[in-house]
Write a protein that binds this ligand. Sequence first.
Ligand code: ADP
Ligand code: MG
Length: 241
Amino acid sequence: MKFCPEIAKNAIIVKDLTVKYDSFIAIENINLEVKEGCFVSIIGPNGSGKTTLLKAMLGLVKQSKGEVLIFGKSINNQKDLVGYVAQRFDFDKTFPITCEEFLRFSLRMGRSVSKIDEKLKEVDMLNEKNKVLGKLSGGQLQRVLVARAILNDPKILFLDEPAAGIDVGGEKNFYELMDYLNQKYKITIVMVSHELDIVTKYTHRVICLNKKMICFGDPDKVLDAHMIEKLYGKEMAVHKH
Ligand code: ADP
Ligand code: MG
């Protein structure tokens, strides 16, 4: 069931947001609200500003104009409330660190180490906790990165194309996991995705981005052929089934 309560409080408010890299405008005049407990996707062609929007919500890029509020306050005061799985995670695959040790580095002070097992279990990676990080499959590594992102029980989870590099069967499982975390903890999720089928099946709201916000709403309602064409061009619109 698609759960996105309109009466819930706002987890994220983005107001008149513009982000520039030097003089280049990456995203322009974005306005949106994300309700607590909502599973939201961001779609758009390459270079449309998806990663930039996510980073702006996380306070990782400087905004040129406008503001982002996380539960009513600047992200700078709310870092404890967010978890992030970045688009790329580069590390030395020969470095002999286990999944458990890797998570230990991210455990906030004063938190019980039992959180590590708890979260590895949630992402179905508890049996692999003593495996070396560099030896995991793409899908397994993504699950560990999710475990790390939710380790300190954030209220909002941000993911940037998390299923890239996972095989097709594993991808479905990955989205099922996101759905499960969203349902179980009512954690708000904002995820950049390329797969329109996934966006329609799992997410409650979609943000269509092409430097400006082209649409925002229930994917079943807003993602018609016309919108896909507007966003990606004719080629893609024909392939949408
Ligand atoms: P997407 O994630 O949709 O592919 P990005 O947000 O990564 O898009 O990038 C949006 C635009 O901003 C692109 O044209 C990209 O080249 C540019 N850009 C992204 N990061 C930087 C940066 N650090 N410095 C300069 N330009 C950047
Ligand atoms: Mg990106």
